[in-house]
Ligand binder design. Structure first.
Ligand code: SAM
Ligand code: SF4
Length: 343
């Protein structure tokens, strides 16, 4: 049951969900489009949203600013590939005012790195301090196969540019059975050798794709066990409130994260919600329930209605997801792809 509060009672109030979790983190998918077609993320012939359905950059800024007004302290710009959206730097530039005012603690981006060489310096100039770059292999041929046509060299040049601009880079790699399973150690050595954290992600059942996900799924418990043959992994206290559990690899001195939605449910500490490029708010990555923020946003110039819609949505944030990947289940847990909700 949702309790309707008078408008003046919700504007600017912190967002606390029914389980007492404070929502301080918003991930914003600024486009569902991408210049890659990673095999676990998209099908080869994706149909993308018509451009007219997208929120404008000004509308995205306005919505993000309402969330900041409600106590959101961290914004992550993602997609699709956020850096392929036209004029995207305008959004970073305008959002940076919240960093300058101190209202926002962090503005970050998750990218496939293909456009990073072009934008790294400008991102740094807009106050971005950290970027996540998704890269699942160090082998150019494998990279092309996973992304369906991506150029690894371009991504590496993007990482070089990011580091040269002073950005701290974290590498995200989806662990794929029989694909990059044998590369975890080289990737760890490479990332830590360059002063970058590495986070491994279990593949999640989001959206229809051509391959069977059971064939891609590699439990990270297995990866961790095999790393223990060569490395000493020291558990680190959770500092992000996010889904990753971190260890310090004693031999390299670097940090290694595990995101294990399939083998370990992390929902109890979830502090985030996700906004799509059409203004739909998903309160959980793994559930269908969503709130339309575009209609209240466009209904008036003031932000009261959208504030109310956000408060109503947070009041029904679910306790968690229930992902399952098995042979008997041939449909994904949710129909939308990760590129829609924003990874
Ligand atoms: N295009 C950007 C990128 O690749 O970093 C941002 C969006 S992408 C959807 C965000 C993250 O989601 C990437 O690290 C990607 O590897 C991950 N991802 C996509 N589909 C996934 C799935 N089905 N299961 C687990 N991770 C997935
Ligand atoms: Fe594009 Fe990122 Fe999805 Fe790969 S994971 S297809 S780069 S959105």
């Amino acid at each position: 049951m949702t309790i309707e509060l008078p408008v003046e009672a919700v504007s600017g109030k912190p967002l606390i969900d029914p389980f007492g979790r404070a929502i301080a983190y918003l991930r914003v998918s600024v486009t569902d489009r991408c210049d890659f077609r990673c095999v676990y993320c998209m099908s080869e012939d994706m149909t993308f949203l018509p451009k007219r359905d997208l929120l404008t950059l000004e509308e995205l800024d306005r919505l993000c600013s309402v969330f900041v007004d409600h106590g959101v302290r961290k914004l992550r710009i993602t997609g699709g590939e956020p850096l392929v959206r036209r004029d995207i730097m305008t959004l970073f530039r305008s959002l940076s005012r919240h960093l300058a005012s101190g209202a926002l603690e962090e503005l970050t981006v998750t990218t496939n790195g293909s456009q990073l060489a072009r934008y790294a310096a400008e991102l740094a100039d807009c106050g971005v301090r950290r970027v996540n770059v998704s890269m699942d292999t160090l082998d150019p041929d494998k990279f092309r196969a996973i992304t369906r046509w991506g150029d690894l060299d371009k991504v590496i040049r993007g990482i070089d540019a990011a580091q040269a601009a002073g950005l701290s880079v974290k590498i995200n790699a989806v662990a794929l059975k029989g694909v990059n399973e044998d590369e975890i150690e080289p990737m760890l050595e490479w990332a830590h050798g360059r002063g970058m954290d590495l986070t491994l992600i279990e593949v999640m059942p989001l959206g229809e794709i051509e391959p069977d996900r059971i064939d891609q799924f590699l439990p990270l418990s297995r990866v961790r066990a095999s790393l223990l043959d060569r490395y000493t992994l020291e558990d680190l206290p959770d500092r992000t409130g996010g889904p990753a559990r971190y260890v310090r690899v004693k031999e390299t001195g670097g940090r290694l994260g595990f995101i294990t939605p399939m083998t370990h449910n992390f929902c109890e500490s979830c502090n985030r919600v996700r906004l799509t490029c059409t203004g739909t708010l998903y309160m959980c990555l793994g559930q269908e329930d969503a709130a339309d923020l575009r209609t209240p946003l466009r209904a008036s110039e003031g932000n009261e209605r959208v504030s109310q819609a956000i408060a109503d949505a947070i009041a029904r944030k679910p306790k968690g997801h229930d992902f399952v990947i098995d042979r008997g289940r041939n449909r994904p847990a949710v129909g939308r792809h990760m590129s829609v909700t924003g990874g």
